[in-house]
Ligand binder design. Structure first.
Ligand code: 13P
Length: 241
């Protein structure tokens, strides 16, 4: 059984006060949300603790946007998995294209982070996806296949979510056609050993395209950036038809 997972990636947006303000507007909408849908918010590290308290007893789970592979150590600027689990974080985004592009994330470090997250009981959301240049050159399938092959070495596929995020569709308003996202996600699934892994689509998901995206048979959810920052818009996405 593949679970439906809708996650908001807030990236580097929202102070603690703004995060609480968001939750007060967002949580009432969840009364309409079918119970089998998993709803996750991934705010900046500084918001996690206050949000965890606010969300106590609610159905929303928290995710972080990165995690280091060591349990602790001299790694200035990094956060370790036990620091996240202690405050109630359950998920962590790993290998987002912005981390790969701006912060030197490699397939090797993605793999280390995935294994560490699982070791400490977090469920990783692994992001894969191609650039516009790679797509235009017909390299999408090969690129994603290589990412999966390297990222998933010794990774437990029973505690894993994957997000297909074509880089050219992130923050551009240029959504990947739902049928094309469905096709690529089908190819990703073919490469996994566990057919029950939930695979999300991410890239300019909005209230006006979520219904079509979620109608695709291979797509098990969405990883939402910009449209998750506003309570009404993320509520509309979570409550897709
Ligand atoms: P947008 O929804 O803003 O395109 O961002 C997608 C994304 O990167 C989610 O991780």
């Amino acid at each position: 059984m593949r679970k439906i997972v809708i996650a908001g990636n807030w990236k580097m947006f929202k102070t603690q006060a703004e995060s609480e303000n968001f939750l007060s507007g967002f949580l009432p909408h969840l009364e309409e949300t079918p119970s089998e849908r998993e709803v996750i918010l991934c705010p900046p590290f500084t918001d996690l603790s206050v949000m965890s308290k606010y969300l106590h007893g609610s159905r929303v789970n928290l995710g972080a946007q990165n995690v280091h592979w060591e349990e602790n150590g001299a790694y200035t600027g990094e956060i370790a998995a036990p620091m996240l689990t202690e405050i109630g974080v359950r998920y962590v985004i790993i290998g987002h294209s912005e981390r790969r592009q701006y912060f030197g994330e490699t397939e090797e470090t993605v793999n280390l982070r995935l294994k560490a997250a699982q070791k400490y009981g977090l469920t990783p959301i692994l992001c894969v996806g191609e650039t516009k240049q790679q797509r235009d050159a017909g390299e999408t399938e090969k690129l994603i296949s290589t990412q999966l092959e390297k990222d998933l070495v010794d990774v437990d596929q029973t505690n894993l979510i994957i997000a297909y995020e074509p880089i050219w569709a992130i923050g551009t308003g240029d959504t990947c056609e739902a049928t094309e996202a469905n096709r690529v996600i089908g190819l990703i699934r073919d490469q996994l050993t566990n057919p029950h892994v939930s695979i999300q689509y991410g890239g300019s998901v909005k209230p006006n395209n979520i219904d079509e995206i979620m109608a695709q048979p291979e797509i098990d959810g969405a990883l939402v950036g910009g449209a998750s920052l506003e309570a009404d818009s993320f509520a509309r996405i979570v409550n897709y038809q």
